[in-house]
Design a protein around this ligand. Structure first.
Ligand code: CTP
Length: 402
């Protein structure tokens, strides 16, 4: 199933050179399952032929309001009413001005005015036009009216100037589109999520760590933010970028994670501990790099604090919903049950780390959930879909608690 399966998206293309980039966006949306209808302004059709968008979307491109009505193809009212999302990309200063003042002199402007779905606007124009106080005011009018603004990005433009005004990158636009299409069932929730490994230094060059990539925790952060939560991600070292709309605090050691989590948990309604925290750290950390000649071959270790255990102890006082993970390679259910009880959790996600497609570094996962209602085996699926299924269960628990 594609990420946009079952969604009807109207894409409005206006007269900017960035229209050629939006051909790529329409192609991706369509490949990912969306039913895309493209509406072009007359100026938009000068940059990219309507046939290109028709071929990429598999639907006829609409331009002329009267022609569309006369041929009974579809009316401007229906277009915006049947859609799950309206995306204007690229949006010129002219279209933004028209929309900000409620003009309805072409099919696209009329469609936006009559729409009752979320509307996202991705401006693309010369940086001086973008910086002009009139354009800025118009964008504020649209934002205040509830329209989402995507970007623009900063960089070199076709007109050889550099500054803000470039069409946003697809990765940023995609995230805002997904957010606009998601049910906002976590609005009002403050979710603290930990992710990634921790590193415990042996000397300035070496450390003890584990194979966690952070992908599961980041997927949870990204999808929770998409569903309306305010997300604070406390992350060990990973190669992953900050998910859209998420506040990230970077830590290295278990001790640093402990301090950050304990400080933030008091403000959280949900705490999810997806991090693979080191259970041990070296008893001594050498200040200089240990040389081969004087190396000791026995490593003295001490235990780190169990952060989840401490969160369990403090749960009654702080009233958050507490979710843990169990990374196991055998006796999964037994180990999960022990951790759920022992750490006073509301929910535990039991993860078989012995399989290549469910463990560390994989893009997929297969989790068994355990709460007071018993075990639920989730399907083997992407980490993002797994995150959504875990969040569904958290929503059910939150509803039961309130
Ligand atoms: N955890 C933690 N602090 C630690 C160790 C683990 O908060 N010092 C959390 C993890 O984030 C995870 C849960 O405890 O949510 C279970 O971690 P796991 O490594 O599966 O189990 P441990 O409790 O460390 O026990 P063991 O390694 O013996 O299985």
């Amino acid at each position: 199933m594609g990420r946009f399966s079952g969604k009807k998206i109207v894409v409005g293309v206006t007269g900017s050179i960035a229209a050629f980039k939006v051909a790529g966006w329409v192609s991706t949306l369509t490949k990912e399952g969306a039913d895309v209808s493209v509406v072009m302004t007359e100026a938009g059709s000068r940059f990219v032929a309507p046939l290109t968008f028709a071929a990429l979307s598999g639907n006829p491109v609409l331009m002329d309001m009267f022609q569309a009505e006369e041929s009974h193809a579809i009316s401007h009212i229906e277009l915006g009413q049947n859609a799950d999302l309206l995306l204007i990309a690229p949006a010129t200063a002219n279209t933004i001005a028209k929309l900000a003042h409620g003009l309805a002199d072409d099919l696209l402007a009329t469609t936006v005015l009559a729409a009752d779905c979320p509307v996202l606007i991705a401006p693309a124009m010369n940086s001086r036009m973008f910086g002009n106080s009139i354009t800025q005011r118009n964008i504020s009018i649209l934002a205040d009216s509830g329209y989402g603004i995507i970007g623009p990005a900063y960089g070199k433009m076709a007109c050889k100037t550099e500054g803000p005004g470039r069409l946003a990158e697809w990765e940023d636009a995609e995230e805002q589109i997904l957010q606009a299409l998601s049910i906002q069932d976590l609005t009002g929730q403050k979710i603290l999520i930990t992710a990634g490994p921790t590193r415990e230094a042996l000397d300035p060059a070496r450390f003890l760590s584990n194979r966690s990539s952070g992908k599961m925790g980041y997927a949870l952060a990204r999808t929770a933010a998409r569903r309306g939560a305010e997300v604070h991600l406390i992350s060990g070292p990973t190669a992953l970028s900050i998910p859209y709309g998420v506040k990230r605090t970077n830590i290295i050691t278990a001790e640093e994670m402990y301090a950050e989590v304990m400080q933030s948990c008091t403000e959280s309604t949900v705490v999810i501990k997806a991090a693979a925290v080191s259970d041990f750290r070296p008893k001594k950390t050498a200040t200089e790099k240990v040389k081969k000649e004087n190396a000791e071959f026995v490593l003295q270790l001490e235990q780190t604090d169990d952060i989840l255990q401490e969160l369990g102890e403090q749960k009654a006082k702080n009233n958050y919903l507490l979710v843990g993970f169990a990374a196991e390679s055998c006796n999964l259910r037994e180990a999960g049950e022990k951790k759920l009880k022992g750490k006073k959790l509301d929910l535990i996600a039991i993860n078989d780390i012995s399989n290549a497609n469910t463990g560390f570094e994989a893009n997929t996962n297969q989790i068994t959930l355990l709460d007071s209602n018993g075990f639920t085996d989730l399907p083997l699926t992407s980490k993002e879909e797994t995150a959504n299924l875990i969040l569904d269960r958290i929503c059910t628990q939150l509803a039961a608690h309130s």
